[in-house]
Design a protein around this ligand. Structure first.
Ligand code: DC
Length: 222
């Protein structure tokens, strides 16, 4: 069976996860959050007390399992919870995701997870590296103030309290790191549709994407 793959990339706080998840629900597709996988690896590395700067220390990845079970990603058989959204994990995940061997391993796992699924996958390098042949590629952006504000609200809902200005500085730092790393830096694929969501509601963005997907898809998936 032909499957449909939708790649959604963009910087932190552009609304990718909310949008990708709801889009997947609307279309009846699986949703794979690749940022959650980098976060989970960071969380596990911190738990194992390894030196995060030392790429060699990530050998534990060969004994680390990711599965997609009943609509959710699991790490070593356990569902991923809010522990991967902590400030410590957020501030270390860029470093961890800049290690080449970590990326190579996770990209392979992500490709395997997406295989044979109708899927919406979000991240930084989905359209450029993970699913270069995706049927649809979107790159979501928004200005830093809007993104910090969105993260702030998301955090409040989760009971995490980080001052807005701190969040803004952390986002700027993470963007800078993610955009300038040598391996798979954050950038739109040449064939991605770029959507600036600064002045759009989440529903407007989802609608824009859904209209394009439904218009252009010739497989009649619904
Ligand atoms: O989307 P997020 O903020 O949860 O992602 C966490 C970090 O993981 C982000 O700083 C960059 C990294 N990441 C990546 O390098 N490649 C991906 N495909 C997804 C996330």
């Amino acid at each position: 069976m032909e499957t449909i793959q939708i790649a959604i990339d963009g910087p932190a706080g552009a609304g990718k996860s909310t949008i990708a998840k709801r889009l997947a629900d609307h279309l009846g597709f699986a949703y794979l959050d690749t940022g959650a996988m980098y976060r989970a690896v960071t969380w596990k590395a911190m738990k194992l007390n390894v030196d995060l700067e030392d790429e060699e220390a990530f050998g534990f990845l060969s004994q680390t399992r990711f599965d997609y079970i009943k609509g959710s990603l699991t790490l070593d058989g356990e569902p991923l919870g809010d522990e991967i959204r902590s400030r410590e994990v957020s501030n270390n995940v860029s470093l961890v995701s800049s290690h080449q061997s970590v990326r190579e391993t996770l990209v392979k796992r992500q490709q395997r997870l997406a295989d044979n699924l109708n899927v919406v996958m979000d991240g930084r390098d989905i359209g450029t590296h993970v699913l270069p042949d995706a049927d649809f590629k979107f790159f979501l952006t928004a200005n830093v103030a809007t993104r910090a504000q969105r993260r702030f609200k998301e955090n409040v809902k989760r009971g995490i309290h980080i001052p807005l200005e701190d969040l803004k500085q952390e986002i700027i730092k993470r963007d800078e790191f993610d955009s300038n790393r040598t391996i798979s830096p954050l950038k739109p694929a040449s064939d991605a549709i770029v959507i600036d969501s600064s002045n759009m509601t989440i529903d407007e963005v989802i609608n824009t994407i859904e209209v394009k997907v439904r218009e252009e898809d010739s497989n009649g998936f619904n």
